[in-house]
Unconditional design. Structure first.
Length: 644
């Protein structure tokens, strides 16, 4: 067999399996996890199934065989059953199922109207601590009156006049009886069971709209009882977790640009209310998912940590902190790192790094530190393809702040050889370009295969370097953060990596905004790719589902005619446009409405700048259909080849 590796193709990028949501059994002998088929067929959503692997020496085996989407496996407290969500009965309508750990036929527990949402978090399905019930989130269903009107095409849209709340429902596993247990007129974003199985802590808002999440709070309520506010923060809060004795609630807080991008400081508060206490103040990391020790004396928290992933143990009484594990790698679960723990302290994670695709790992403690063991090897494709070398880059940003990012060199790059370079800007801005296996994610290794260096800056406002750094571009999005990026480009030119005459910029979401902002401010980039980006902040505020976020992150009202919304809008500088720009967007994007791309496209056309606008039907903020993903990759490569 030949050892020569071949070049990565757009089809290869979609051929890797998506491994996530690792759940270790209470006794520590098995790990359940989700395997997505990564767009092998042209479906709206990648199909996914639930697998098991023994933590000793077993081979992974497929547990469920749904033809659609099985997700969120959750072990019962006794470890005998797995609950999960599936739309195997009716496509797009998720229901709660349980299956024995040894396999067999999955049993549906619910047949409920209304959408069980795919959360931007992973705690939307939870066993009660006593193992008798399962709680889950469900959106209010369409009423009979609404259905009749829809079928009669009497369907005028009254904006925000008929709210549909997401509520907590509980199903009895033995009887299948089901009831709504959350108070009326509360939008439930996340929740956690009290150890007594009779109460719930939840992150809530008073309105069921995405913008209302930015003024959320933590409440507690007995099943079917009124809610009591536990904590109202000036920042957003997430991931409420009761202490074993029920006397405290731990949570994470920061200012975030997206629900689900949860990384900040760890706090605790008395479960009856009072003043919250920041247990991770000043830490140079952005923590997220956490779990209490069985004694209630400590919290174990995982998070983005200086470009890698770290696990920190925090004593809730003394505030003493210690890092028990760190790796230049990504533990990827939705938008934040996550682990699950067995009773004996073993942790299961889905781990990847720059050279290895995501697989299931187990971490066990030895002499106060955690050591990892890989349990699965699910990506034979990785052995066939050549990828560019990834390295960590440090440079001085604006005002002397030390910055970090990633550099992916072209495949086969020779030392001292200057090359065309694409700066890929991550979204958020409270996101991160982590040490991931980019051959199975996006365009970056595709670009390296095509001969481009790829620079991924973690500009100010990124997570992973503590709360102060993550909030350091508030009031200044497009200001010093953009200057940080340009200084990173300068450092790569000075080192001889980047050809200053062959630079491009690309990004999605906030990265798409940055691409549009860049071509309105400088002509040093010879080509640009604007993906689902913002071109005009005031009109974005008017139509985006994230309307409160922009006002928080610009720290002023959007209606000041000479304020930051005007100052940082790329459309305010149309006369500067000269860079050929490819624009990509999903037609059904509610986060960044597609009008933002139409506006910028028209401005470029009016300035006679080469441009193309590609809109993908049925797609929202993240493009998911196979044919669209392939089309997008090919267009990006062709655009850069033409202009760079």
């Amino acid at each position: 067999m030949s050892s020569v590796k071949r070049a990565l193709t757009p089809e290869d990028v979609l051929g890797f399996k998506n491994v996530e949501d690792t759940q270790i059994s209470p006794d520590g002998t098995l790990v359940a996890f989700v395997v997505g088929d990564s767009f092998k067929v042209d479906t709206k959503w990648p199909r996914s199934t639930i697998w098991l692997v023994a933590t000793a020496d077993g081979e992974p085996r497929q547990l469920t065989s749904g033809s659609r989407t099985d997700a969120l496996p959750r072990w019962s407290p006794d470890g005998c059953q797995l609950a999960f969500l599936s739309d195997r009965l009716v496509e797009g309508q998720r229901q709660v199922f349980v299956i024995a750990r040894d396999g067999g036929e999955a049993m549906p527990l619910t047949s409920i109207a209304g959408a069980i949402p795919t959360p931007r978090g992973l705690n939307a399905l939870q066993w009660s601590p006593d193992g008798c019930s399962l709680a889950f989130l469900t959106e209010d269903p369409e009423t009979d009156e609404e259905r009749v009107k829809r079928e009669a095409k009497d369907d005028a849209i009254a904006v925000e006049q008929h709210p549909k709340f997401v509520r907590v429902w509980v199903v009895d596993v033995a009887t299948k009886s089901i009831r709504c247990v959350s108070p009326d007129n509360l939008q439930i974003w996340e929740f956690g069971w009290h150890p007594n199985s009779r109460e719930i802590a939840a992150v809530v808002s008073d309105q069921p709209y995405e913008w209302s999440w930015y003024t959320n709070r933590i409440v507690r309520f007995g099943l079917g009882e009124p809610a009591q506010t536990v904590w109202q923060s000036k920042r957003q809060v997430a991931l409420p977790v009761w202490s074993p004795d029920g006397n405290q609630v731990a949570f994470v807080s920061s200012n975030w640009s997206d629900r689900g991008c949860v990384a900040g400081d760890v706090w605790t508060i008395d479960s009856r209310g009072g003043e919250a206490r920041n247990l991770s103040a000043g830490i140079v990391a952005s923590l997220g998912w956490m779990q209490w020790s069985s004694t209630g004396q400590e919290l174990l928290a995982i998070g983005h940590d200086r470009g890698g992933t770290g696990l920190h143990r925090i004593n809730v009484t003394t505030g003493e902190r210690s890092q028990v594990w760190w790796q230049q790698a990504a533990v990827a679960e939705a938008h934040w790192p996550r682990f699950s723990a067995s009773r004996d302290g073993a942790l299961a994670v889905a781990l990847e790094d720059a050279d290895h695709p995501r697989d299931v790992w187990i971490l066990r403690e030895t002499s106060g530190k955690l050591a990892g063991q890989q349990l699965t090897h699910l990506h034979p494709l990785a052995a066939e393809i050549a990828i560019g070398e990834t390295s960590i880059l440090h440079w001085q940003g604006t005002d002397g702040c030390e910055m970090q990012g990633l550099l992916i060199k072209p495949v086969g790059h020779q030392a001292g050889q200057g090359c065309p370079m694409v700066m890929w800007v991550h979204g958020g801005p409270t996101g991160i370009s982590a040490s991931r296996y980019y051959a199975a994610f996006g365009w970056n290794q595709l670009l390296a295969a095509a001969g481009y260096a790829v620079f991924l800056p973690n500009y100010r406002g990124s997570v992973g370097w503590g709360l102060e750094f993550a909030e350091s571009n508030i009031g200044d999005m497009g200001g010093k953060d953009f200057e940080d990026m340009l200084l990173g480009v300068d450092s790569l030119i000075e080192s001889g990596i980047a050809d200053p005459q062959r630079l491009a910029i690309a990004g999605w979401s906030y990265g798409g905004f940055t691409a549009a902002w860049a071509v309105s401010q400088t002509d040093r980039f010879k080509a640009a790719v604007m993906g689902a980006g913002i071109s005009h902040w005031l009109s974005f505020h008017g139509k985006s589902s994230l309307a409160d976020w922009d006002a928080i992150h610009y720290a002023e009202s959007p209606y000041q005619s000479t304020g930051r919304f005007q100052k940082f809008s790329p459309l305010s500088y149309c006369e500067n446009l000269s860079t050929p720009t490819l624009i990509l967007h999903g037609a059904e994007d509610q986060d960044v409405p597609v009008e933002q791309s139409y506006l910028f496209y028209r401005a470029l056309k009016d300035q006679r700048v080469p441009t193309e606008l590609i809109v993908y039907p049925r797609e929202d903020h993240a493009i998911k259909e196979r044919s669209h993903l392939l089309d997008m990759s090919r267009r990006v490569l062709a655009w850069l080849q033409a202009y760079l």
